[in-house]
Design a protein around this ligand. Structure first.
Ligand code: SAH
Length: 347
């Protein structure tokens, strides 16, 4: 049985054709699904014979909500979701005045190995399919009974290490027949897999590209991000310039501040010099400390100094508002702590 959520409209049209049905039925079926109808019998304008065929070939697979943790500080809700193979992932819902925003995962685990990140500790378990990524939004939307208008691909996993599924996801999530979330309201965050940044730029999607930079020099970056051994900063920035040229969209550079590692005034000055003149914006992230790593969060003063220096040197900067710090809301933390407690429970 195939998961219908893994199909684009074109793919479903092809299936209809191959199965002796008119291809316009694809549009009808897919529209029902994204309107929330999950039972083929509830699709009013579909003939019985087709309903039967659909039932024989497809399922609409949604993950189960295993746990929900709600932050007492800011109302951020973290959903621990379980797929039918038992794998767990997490999605975080943030409510803002301008609408609901969700941070979603693209892989179970991650193999990028960033030193401060909890998602990568036991490597990558598997990629999520496009339908599974979509279903994170669907189940949370269903649960809260409200529309989600902003999506960030900043949960567990490296989106560009699961390129084909993520591209398909971007197509369906933004399609009118799909979840109809505008591409301008979607941010894809990557540790910087250069060839895939070029491929993404050529897609002409109007999504925002966010790069996890975290250091101004290759030497420093290599200390915290293994991917820096493969692509140097110059190559990453050149691919970003190409992305900007193609899409006319401002790129975001994420910079997680780690005490004594990358948070000095000299770091701030060197970072400003590096990014000067680029259509970009820096998002400073005070790191969430994880128990598996000795990295500590920068002090409030260093964060402020860092941000002030960037500003004074003409770089647009924001400090990421901390959301859900009391519920392990950083990338991969919840899944890890949940697996840990299960392990303890089982011993
Ligand atoms: N793999 C992608 C997307 C997932 S991580 C990427 O690397 O961009 C989303 C962002 O959270 C990245 O900038 C990542 O470096 C950052 N991050 C991961 N662990 C963190 C932690 N413990 N504290 C703060 N930021 C963290």
């Amino acid at each position: 049985m195939k998961n219908l959520l893994d199909y684009t409209l074109e793919e479903l049209m092809l299936w209809m054709k191959e199965n002796g049905e008119s291809s316009f039925r694809a549009k009808q079926v897919i529209s029902w699904i994204y309107k929330g109808v999950k039972d083929f019998n509830g699709m009013k304008n579909i003939p019985k014979s087709l309903t039967q065929k659909l039932e024989e070939n497809f399922k609409i697979e949604l993950p189960k909500i295993e746990e929900i943790y709600k932050s007492e500080i800011d109302g951020t809700e973290k959903f621990l979701l379980e797929f039918s193979d038992g794998n767990l992932i997490e999605s975080v819902l943030m409510r803002y005045k301008h609408g609901n925003s969700i941070c979603i995962s693209t892989q179970v685990g991650c193999r990028m190995g960033c030193k401060f990140c909890a998602s990568t500790i036991e490597g990558r378990v598997r990629n999520l399919t496009s339908g599974e990524i979509l279903s994170e939004i669907i189940v949370v939307q269903d649960y809260i009974g409200e529309r989600i208008s902003n999506v960030v691909l900043m949960g567990s996993g490296e989106p560009l290490d699961n390129y084909d599924n993520v591209i398909k996801f971007l197509e369906v999530v933004s399609a009118e027949y799909g979840l109809n979330i505008g591409q301008r309201h979607i941010t894809l965050s990557t540790c910087g897999i250069v060839p895939k940044i070029y491929e993404l730029a050529d897609k002409d999607f109007s999504v925002t590209l966010a790069i996890s930079l975290h250091a101004f020099s290759d030497e420093k970056r290599k200390e915290i991000m293994p991917i820096a051994n493969k692509y140097n900063i110059e190559e990453v920035l050149t691919s970003c310039r190409y992305f900007i040229e193609k899409t006319n969209r401002r790129v975001t550079f994420e910079y997680a501040l780690v005490k004594g590692i990358n948070d000095t005034k000299e770091d701030a000055k060197a970072l400003s010099k590096l990014l000067k003149g680029m259509l970009c914006h820096v998002n400073l992230i005070p790191i969430n400390e994880i128990k598996e790593s000795s990295y500590k969060r920068s002090s409030k003063e260093s964060i402020k100094d860092f941000s002030d220096i960037l500003k004074s040197l003409g770089i647009e900067v924001t400090v990421r508002r901390e959301m859900g710090s009391d519920i392990n809301a950083a990338c991969g933390q919840l899944r890890r702590s949940y697996i840990d407690t299960q392990k303890i429970g089982g011993e």
